[in-house]
Design a protein around this ligand. Structure first.
Ligand SMILES: [Zn+2]
Length: 88
């Protein structure tokens, strides 16, 4: 078989729990100074993307330090999902 479908593995695909459409995997990132951004794929937003405010996440109010979060985004529902835990 020479099937090269990219959605077979399941690792890079997630279904939106709201609308059922495939969600876009990407990385949520911020550096504490400028907009929190989301970039599809395995690389976080670069300085050039940030300069142009590409992928700025409007839900982010304030950030205190640099961070990245692996996240899934549904463009139809305007929702983002990521795994997390709260350490006390
Ligand atoms: Zn959705």
């Amino acid at each position: 078989m020479t099937d090269v479908s990219e959605t077979v593995s399941g690792i890079n695909a997630a279904e939106c729990p709201y609308c059922g459409q495939e969600m876009q995997k990407g990385i949520l990132s911020g550096d504490g100074r400028s907009a929190v951004t989301f970039k599809p794929g395995e690389k976080k937003t670069g300085w050039f993307d940030r300069f142009l405010s590409i992928g700025a996440v409007t839900a982010a109010k304030h950030t205190l330090a640099a961070f990245t979060i692996d996240a899934y985004y549904c463009g139809s529902c305007k929702k983002m999902i990521f795994d997390t835990d709260i350490k006390q």
